[in-house]
Design a protein around this ligand. Sequence first.
Ligand code: ADQ
Length: 488
Amino acid sequence: IDRRESRQTKQRLLVVANRLPVSAVRRGDSWSLEISAGGLVSALLGVKEFEAKWIGWAGVNVPDEVGQKALTKALAEKRCIPVFLDEEIVHQYYNGYCNNILWPLFHYLGLPQEDRLATTRSFQSQFDAYKKANQMFADVVNEHYVDGDVVWCHDYHLMFLPKCLKEYNSNMKVGWFLHTPFPSSEIHRTLPSRSELLRSVLAADLVGFHTYDYARHFVSACTRILGLEGTPEGVEDQGKLTRVAAFPIGIDSERFIRALDQPKVQDHIKELKDRFAGRKVMLGVDRLDMIKGIPQKILAFEKFLEENPCWRDKVVLLQIAVPTRTDVPEYQKLTSQVHEIVGRINGRFGTLTAVPIHHLDRSLDFHALCALYAVTDVALVTSLRDGMNLVSYEFVACQESKKGVLILSEFAGAAQSLGAGALLVNPWNITEVANSIGYALNMPADEREKRHNLNFIHVKNHTAQDWAETFVSELNDTIVEAQLRTRQ
Ligand code: ADQ
């Protein structure tokens, strides 16, 4: 049987993520909405086979019914459906359980000590809020679900969702994808709610990760913690198989490649070239998050300058760090720490006319970002852990003419796909990163070209669209298989 034949031509896809891909601003009785063009949005816009709708939180507190109705109506035009979360739930579920517990744990930073936990009340109340929030997402999905829809749940915010959805309707086709790493089972087993979370994820029909290692860690956690059986396809529990597999994400590479020809980007490129004439440009672009290893990166750059005086006036590091989760104390501390280190290094190696580090605490628009990628000689991605890291892909996509070097953390998922062309480093080893900076800056053109070509082919051929299509069609097949079994 050709399973694809049995599908409707335009199947509906319900994408469920914590945040909707829009930013909403209230203006009196109406709302103004702006679509944020993230990787996930462009990936799903490109999936022609499905008609996608989004379900998620709009990122704003809307306590009144009138406001909720108006926002729901405005969002419907963008194919978005809101889940309304009040401030207390957001504090306990989002700031608390998601960002204070799961995010650091999945990136190997461990569980919070008492002082960090105390800021958002107890672990148990955060977990209760997490489950409650996931149930609220499930209620909205269930309300909009029609037979034949495919439901794709995203990320660590919604690990409890597959179970809630299957409780509503066991025939619902449910997939779950994790954008962060899934840690070693020895790390996961420290989580007080370890078993409950694993069991609820296993309620999905297909569970996806960026790399085989994360998928393997997940299967090990299920076998060691839950005592279930791991098979080459996934995890089996009393005859029910949950497929577990790797689906490495990509970017919309053509969007970046095309942008380089636009006059706006060309103007930026010219400006940057003039501004940094005679100096090599090194670049870091990260959300300001402890997992991105920004202090370690800057300290490695300092070590490089210390040991290579001849480079001091010939290289500049541009570090663009967009602040996130600014109400969490750890993130505020990180901002001050980075400012302190940058100030010290600029004081130490700067001159009256130039400083070695330009640090910006802000987001750049798409055109400015493309121009920066294009003029960069060496990109530094030194995440301490990272599910994939799309910045490394975006840099490669913009380097067809320059063929610059990518220095990439071996702890980013991207190391599995761009490892052949990048210089892989252990970001904790500042000496190794400093040496790699020297190696990259001195790399002969033919080696740069060879390395770039390997990565460019990968980035061009593994797009976000392919990623989404593969996941959704595999999810479909999983279910079709299950249905075929029951029919036999
Ligand atoms: P993030 O942790 O956000 O994503 P990343 O994959 O690098 O990390 O994506 C960041 C995105 O934000 C990129 O598209 C980048 O261009 C943009 N960005 C970052 N800083 C910016 C700035 N200052 N100005 C403008 N844009 C900026 C999570 C996981 C990753 C995983 C993705 C996708 O943590 O590991 O790769 O999801 O699954």
